[in-house]
Design a protein around this ligand. Structure first.
Ligand code: SAH
Length: 253
């Protein structure tokens, strides 16, 4: 493993004041930055002069670099530079292909961390005074991709088995949530993550399934606030955790 580090950074929806302090620190400490087309000029102006910058942006209909080329370029940069920032619009993990880049880098043993950003839904709604949830009006929120990789609207994007579901304020109701979703046809082995005190120093998380959700939540409910994430995307973290455990076992053998 080389000792370089890649940070996938969410730059928010455009207003430079919506950049997080952590994102700003990452930008300021980068030796190289790869940014996409959604990054505003004001944010680009924050990149230090001595930092190498690469526009790998893609605009609909005028592809500059394919995702495969970006992955490869990102990896190459990580071999050449100590700290590489991949600056992406909004949040890297919400329709941002951050998951694909993370997997690609992890498969090559490049240390990679993620700085979340304000996603377009949150930014645009706030700027129009639209509360995305509101007691009595809206109690769940679905974020859809309006186009497939071929560009058209793909109705299977509304397929429930491919939806990620996130439950806020659900720790004490985990048993009912699990039972209801299984009754609704979700497979009991659907991957679930329970994350308490998320992003804080005392973060605790458990990965399991819809069937083990009640037990996980029971075990962790003294650590609230907690969030429940359900869907096959959780399996990507499980896979990575298994790889880490195997690596630790190999090193300690
Ligand atoms: N990762 C990004 C989304 C990338 S997909 C995020 O979390 O926001 C690109 C789409 O995001 C655009 O086609 C548009 O639908 C939306 N988007 C991103 N920034 C936006 C903005 N400032 N205003 C309106 N829509 C925006």
């Amino acid at each position: 493993m080389n000792d370089s580090h890649v940070i996938l950074v969410g730059a928010g929806p455009g207003d430079p004041d919506l950049l997080t302090i952590k994102a700003l620190k990452a930008i300021q400490s980068a030796d190289a930055i790869l940014y996409d087309a959604l990054i505003s000029e004001e944010i680009l102006a924050m990149i230090p002069d001595n930092c190498k910058r690469f526009n790998v942006g893609k605009r609909c209909g005028a592809h500059k670099m394919s995702q495969a080329e970006i992955n490869e370029f990102l990896y190459k940069m990580s071999l050449r530079h100590q700290c590489v920032v991949r600056l992406k619009g909004g949040d890297p993990f919400i329709f941002g292909r951050g998951g694909e880049e993370l997997e690609y880098l992890q498969e090559r043993n490049v240390e990679t961390t993620v700085v979340p950003g304000i996603t377009a839904a949150a930014g645009c709604a706030a700027s129009c005074n639209i509360p995305l949830t509101h007691r009595g009006y809206g109690n769940s929120l679905l974020l859809h991709s309006g186009h497939s990789s071929a560009g058209e609207f793909d109705p299977t994007h509304t397929d429930k088995s491919k939806q990620t579901q996130v439950f806020y304020m659900g720790m004490n109701q985990a048993e009912s949530i699990s039972r209801y979703l299984i009754e609704q046809g979700h497979q009991p082995d659907t991957e679930v993550a329970v994350i308490c005190q998320g992003t804080r120093k005392n973060q605790a998380s458990q990965l399991g399934t819809l069937a083990t959700l009640p037990a996980m939540a029971e075990e962790m409910k003294h650590l609230t606030p907690g969030l429940i994430i359900l869907g096959s995307v959780v399996g990507l973290a499980t896979h990575q955790q298994q790889k880490l455990l195997l690596e630790q076992e190999r090193l300690s053998a």
